[in-house]
Design a protein around this ligand. Structure first.
Ligand SMILES: O=P(O)(O)OC[C@H]1O[C@H](O[C@H]2O[C@H](CO)[C@@H](O)[C@H](O)[C@H]2O)[C@H](O)[C@@H](O)[C@@H]1O
Ligand SMILES: O=c1ccn([C@@H]2O[C@H](COP(=O)(O)OP(=O)(O)O)[C@@H](O)[C@H]2O)c(=O)[nH]1
Length: 459
């Protein structure tokens, strides 16, 4: 296989557990080919005269056989490219939240500038037969920038977030430019069949595209292959984390503290796409309508801090704090609180213990590209006594995980009914559902995803 070059906004050392399963899987393909991973260093530097005139300095470091190459961003570029256009325009619109989009005309310039700078920086590092794999909404125009600099290598793109229906997409002032930019890639991968349908409808109606054979679309004078590749997790790696010291300690502590209670778990970035207020309202409805759960059902909700300088994320934090206070205030007892809300990131090594100690996982996003927490919860369960996954029908994962209890997160009473069902599900039904879910995430794991995408890109 040719050398793999991965380009993404964030770069992680694939040898570190904290980096997560995606980094592990990409690291596997990068390692096998002595590959290169290029992206933002995570550092923000003040704009200096040197930075204004010259290209930013490249930081190069080795991680086993993989080369990590990163660049810093100036405050101005970070604000326009990352906070502004990526997380203030693309993220909300692609998650159907037009009400939260900030179409400030100044952002797009920074987005294009950083994409151009990434292209200029990575180009001299490329070899003629490299295979380039670009990730996510931060870097949609990267291939176009690379092509304009003469790059002829094969370039693939994977979108980790949902692709919205055409009329929602059309709310972005530069929507045609964005979709045209995708046609500079050789292959575009999406998370789900639904996303693929949205793409097809957009290019037929807005770009007069024609469908050629084999998942190819022809528009803007180019042909592009678009396919769904649902991302998975490394099931064995996650299952082995379950046996680790940190996970075992967490499991023992949880079992000890909640021996007489029913534990539910939610693990999310504190993001408005994750449906957290709706989830808390469903918990309130559960306690109201099924009072047998009072003094028993306890939701541990991890809300890990994310994109805190974007206004909508601060508003959400305040809303959650208010809801938790009101539910705990109304239903809590001296020795029991229905919601344990933790606004911190929990180390990845501890999560399997928390998942395994929980009878039910609540994964109820309003919209989500995939949602890996749903898959991690399944991988961490004890097969003899597994917990139950309550999953939003609007998560990409719902296309695959049909044996979860699928819910509409906007319907708090309906979700409460599903939680009640999950809490009281007989062992045999839990085992049957879990076996099927586990078989699915094993077959379509992150290694499958990575192999299928790269095979398709090479074809
Ligand atoms: O880099 P941040 O701004 O801190 O955000 C974290 C990541 O969030 C998004 O994750 C998505 O990718 C997951 C894996 O494919 C998927 O399961 C999930 O549904 C998506 O929301 C984002 O796409 C990443 O680029 C961010 O790094
Ligand atoms: O406190 C936390 C919260 C989340 N995660 C991890 O972050 C990832 C979240 O991925 P997901 O696809 O569910 O959503 P995203 O945040 O990427 O939108 C999962 O691997 C979680 O295990 C973590 O390690 N600690």
């Amino acid at each position: 296989m040719p050398r793999l070059v991965v380009v993404s906004n964030r770069v992680a050392d694939p040898r570190k557990t904290a980096a997560g399963g995606l980094a592990v899987a990409l690291g596997e393909a990068l390692n096998a080919t002595g590959g290169l991973w290029f992206g933002w260093s995570g550092n923000i530097v003040e704009k200096t005269d040197a930075a204004a005139q010259a290209q930013p300095q490249l930081h190069v470091q080795r991680a086993g056989d993989v080369t990590l190459a990163t660049v810093d961003l100036t405050q101005e570029d970070h604000d326009a490219y990352y906070l502004g256009y990526s997380n203030g325009v693309l993220w909300p619109v692609f998650h159907y939240r037009l009400d939260l989009a900030d179409f400030d005309a100044g952002y797009i310039g920074g987005y294009r500038r950083v994409n151009r700078m990434f292209a200029q920086q990575v180009l001299p590092l490329l070899r003629p037969d490299d295979l380039i794999w670009v990730h996510d909404y931060h870097l949609i125009p990267l291939a176009e920038e690379l092509r304009s600099l003469g790059c002829r290598q094969r370039i693939g793109f994977f979108l980790h977030i949902p692709l919205p229906p055409p009329l929602i997409m059309a709310a972005i002032p530069a929507h045609e430019w964005l979709i045209r930019a995708l046609f500079a890639y050789d292959l575009v991968g999406l998370q789900s069949q639904t996303d693929l349908n949205h793409f097809a409808r957009y290019v037929y109606t807005e770009a007069q595209a024609e469908q050629a054979a084999d998942g190819r679309f022809s528009a803007f004078g180019r042909e592009l292959r678009v396919q769904a590749f649902p991302i998975g997790i490394d099931v064995d790696e996650f299952a082995s984390l379950t046996q680790g010291r940190e996970a075992q300690e967490t499991l023992a502590t949880m079992r000890d503290q909640y021996a007489k209670r029913r534990l539910l778990v939610g693990v999310d970035r504190l993001d408005y796409s994750k449906g957290l207020p709706q989830r808390l309202r469903a918990m309130r409805s559960l306690l109201q309508r099924y009072p047998g759960n009072c003094n028993s059902a306890t939701l541990i909700q991890i809300a890990s801090p994310s994109r805190e300088t974007v206004g909508a994320y601060n508003d959400l934090r305040r809303q959650l704090e208010g809801l938790c206070g009101s539910i705990n205030g109304n239903y809590g007892e001296l020795d029991w609180m229905p919601i344990r809300y933790i606004h911190r990131t929990v180390a990845r090594k501890r999560l399997p213990g928390l998942y395994r100690a929980s009878r039910v996982a609540l994964v109820t996003p309003l919209r989500d590209g995939m949602n890996l927490v749903a898959k991690e919860f399944i991988a961490a369960q004890d097969e003899a006594d597994p917990g139950v996954l309550v999953l939003s029908r609007f998560a990409g994962a719902a296309e695959q995980l049909r044996d979860a209890l699928l819910v509409n997160p906007y319907d708090s009473d309906g979700t409460a009914d599903a939680i009640q069902h999950a809490l009281h599900m007989p062992l045999e039904e839990r085992q049957t559902r879990h076996q099927r879910l586990l078989a699915n995430i094993r077959e379509y794991d992150v290694h499958w995803w990575q192999r299928r995408f790269l095979e398709s890109l090479q074809q």
